[in-house]
Design a protein around this ligand. Structure first.
Ligand code: ZN
Length: 103
């Protein structure tokens, strides 16, 4: 079992009816789920929010092999895999558990 951190896989973040105005809701959800960027998202949760962000075509969304790999390309914190979803208020680095799929 993994900790969903309040994000339901296949739920709201994945729902085709989510409005782009819900991006603010995603931001606060991410802030809570990562304890303001200090707690990594599970791989499942990261996939859910990445899929949503990619569907919304948010510029700069990425999870390259250099991002989700260990060591990662996060200069300040290379031991921590991460994904990039700009505008989330988390300094563009959202920590993720290792094992994520590069996109
Ligand atoms: Zn990176």
């Amino acid at each position: 079992m993994h900790n969903n951190n309040g994000i339901t896989g296949g739920g709201a973040a994945n729902n085709a009816t989510v409005q782009s105005g819900d991006r603010q809701a995603l931001n606060s959800l991410l802030k809570d789920a990562t304890n303001s960027g200090t707690q990594p998202l599970s791989v499942d949760d990261a996939n859910t929010v990445l899929n949503w962000a990619l569907e919304q075509k948010i510029p700069g969304v990425r999870a390259s092999s250099g991002d989700v790999g260990v060591p990662s390309n996060w200069t300040a914190n290379p031991a921590q895999p991460h994904v990039h979803i700009p505008g989330t208020g988390l300094g563009n680095h959202i920590p993720v558990e290792s094992g994520g799929t590069p996109r």
